[in-house]
Design a protein around this ligand. Structure first.
Ligand SMILES: *Cc1c(COP(=O)(O)O)cnc(C)c1O
Length: 366
């Protein structure tokens, strides 16, 4: 591939001296779990996300799951989720023992449509999970209003949106609590799995910390049936190095996105991503829509440009949820997206001209 879909090695190459130093520091410290690097990263990521608290956990799925558990959401409860999301959003609800209730997205921004949420609220509804999909913030103000009216918690799934801003404020501080993922391919990625919860709620912060550490606040005192979900010292140390570059990398992603938007604006047959006025998109993914996806993918591949589909099978049609009785046609907006979306590679340092040339060449053929 001339332009692979992702190039994770480049982040190490760019920061090799600092990364190697971070590795040596942790390795020679003799302390590998729940130490100084984690404490420092939690402070720095809380500051970055403009929240009071950050708790490092093992991955993004756990971050969402632990928030739900900490709020006491479980069997018999319903949680509103977007129909259009990565399945982990739904899995977090299922693992807590609650039922995911899907709501369709707005076609323009791919995120949950606030105008459709209220119709899905029942007496069992306890929370809404808003996902900032592809790096674009969900429309939080109306979602928070609905939650207030119905006394619901709002949780952000910010796994794809580190650093994005909604009306000037960072994602992660816009709701009751947020879950982040540091999976290697995310905008802020570790060199392995990792995740975090951010919140301004001190009680929730303490509860999540307890649940992720065997239900223990004081060593060998276990007051809850907890889990083992922690962010280790090596990953925390690596993330601290990368966090310093976060804004610069997001700016580079934005510059590539603006170049694509400009260059593709005259192309017929593809829909380009839109940005809601007042928001800062961090372009985790650059997702276009086309009726001729198969052809375009094959043509781009022949030009040496890697693409992926996020996501080809909606959660409600996945085997994991076959027992819920959903049918094709239940969530047509999301289903149409699954048929037509295509992610064009975007990352700091990408050869953007090659991508543009390949797309233009391919669209002549399509
Ligand atoms: C990646 C992702 C998750 C899960 O994060 P992991 O760290 O892989 O567990 C959850 N939600 C969304 C929207 C994601 O993209």
């Amino acid at each position: 591939m001339k332009v692979p879909f992702m190039n994770l090695k480049s982040f190490y190459e760019e920061l090799k001296p600092e990364m190697d130093q971070a590795y040596c520091n942790v390795m020679s410290s003799g302390w590998y779990i729940q130490g100084q690097e984690l404490a420092a990263f939690e402070r720095e990521f809380a500051d970055y996300s403009e929240t009071d608290h950050c708790i490092g956990v093992a991955n993004g799925l756990d971050a969402l799951h632990l928030i739900l558990r900490a709020y006491g959401i479980g069997a018999g409860d319903e949680v509103i989720v977007p129909s259009n999301t990565f399945i982990a959003t739904w899995l977090a609800v299922s693992h807590a023992g609650a039922t995911p209730v899907p709501v369709e997205p707005e076609s323009r921004f791919y995120n949950i449509d606030p105008e459709r949420i209220e119709a899905a609220v029942t007496p069992r509804t306890k929370a809404i999970i808003a996902v900032h999909l592809y790096g674009h913030p969900a429309d939080m103000d109306p979602i928070m209003d609905i939650a207030k009216r119905h006394n619901l918690k709002v949780i952000e799934d910010a796994a794809q949106a580190h650093g994005a801003r909604y009306k000037g404020r960072r994602v992660g501080c816009l709701s009751d609590a947020a879950g982040f993922s540091f999976y290697p391919g995310k905008n802020l990625g570790a060199f392995g799995d990792g995740g975090a919860v951010t919140t301004n709620d001190p009680i929730l912060a303490e509860k999540v910390r307890e649940l992720g550490n065997y239900g223990s606040r004081v060593k060998y005192h276990h007051d809850a049936v907890g889990f083992n979900s922690r962010l280790d010292e090596l990953q925390a140390a690596f993330l601290r190095v990368k966090l310093k570059k976060m804004d610069a990398w997001n700016e580079q992603r934005n510059a590539v996105a603006q170049f694509y938007l400009q260059e593709f604006s005259q192309l017929k047959g593809i829909d380009l991503p839109a940005i809601n006025t007042g928001d800062e998109h961090v372009w985790h993914l650059f997702v276009i829509r086309t009726k001729d996806r198969k052809l375009l993918m094959a043509s781009l591949s022949a030009c040496g440009v890697g693409t992926l589909v996020h996501y080809p099978i909606p959660s409600h049609l996945s085997g994991a949820y076959s027992d819920m009785g959903f049918q094709l046609g239940d969530f047509p907006i999301c289903e149409a997206m699954a048929e037509e979306v295509l992610s064009i590679p975007i990352y700091p340092g990408i050869d953007q001209k090659k991508v543009v040339d390949a797309v233009k060449l391919s669209m002549i053929g399509v």
